[in-house]
Design a protein. Structure first.
Length: 181
């Protein structure tokens, strides 16, 4: 076999190895997603591109990609963990009776208040929505950051862990908003 043929053979072998590694990573460890819609504005905009780590320990405040009951993929923020109580009163979220710090919403809420657009987050409790006091074991209560328009757990219910694909770990597009989470 000529040196040129050997070089091409090794090039093809390298491409196959890279392809297999990419498929394995995409299948088992990471996923690539395109944000669709305005439900997470202003923190994630339509057509932002993100990478999701499939095997993350989930915590309150994490942004996740999930399989919604309607078959769509949603990007939402975890508000309530299994066993938590969740309620909104006078535009403030409370988890387990304590005010939830939401610095990622501060500017957005102020803008809405300045426009006299009413409550950013309508009043609710888990009891008023689902006739239960706590988030069920193995499930999560998620909300979009754009609360007035977000279709989230208030409408679609609790999200089982098995329906959460993973935690957003990196926004890589657009380049001027590239960030690690």
């Amino acid at each position: 076999m000529s040196e040129t043929a050997k070089s091409w053979l090794w090039f093809v072998i390298d491409l196959v190895i890279v392809g297999v590694v990419v498929v394995l990573l995409d299948t088992f460890l990471i996923a690539n997603h395109n944000v669709v819609g305005p439900s997470m504005e202003p923190n994630f905009m339509n057509n932002d591109r993100v990478l999701v780590w499939r095997h993350s320990k989930l915590e309150q405040g994490d942004v996740v990609i999930l399989h919604a009951p309607d078959g769509s993929m949603y990007i939402k923020r975890i508000i309530g963990m299994p066993g938590d109580t969740v309620r909104s009163k006078n535009d403030t979220m409370y988890v387990n009776g304590k005010k939830l710090s939401e610095p990622y919403l501060a500017n957005y809420k102020e803008q809405q208040a300045a426009n006299n657009d009413g409550l950013f987050t309508d009043n609710f409790s888990l009891n008023s929505l689902f006739h239960r006091k706590t988030v069920p074991k193995g499930e999560y209560f998620v909300m979009g950051d754009n609360r007035p328009i977000s279709k989230d757990s208030r409408m679609i219910g609790f999200i089982p862990r098995g329906k959460i694909q993973g935690k957003v770990v990196w926004r890589y597009w657009p380049l001027n908003k590239m960030s690690v989470y």
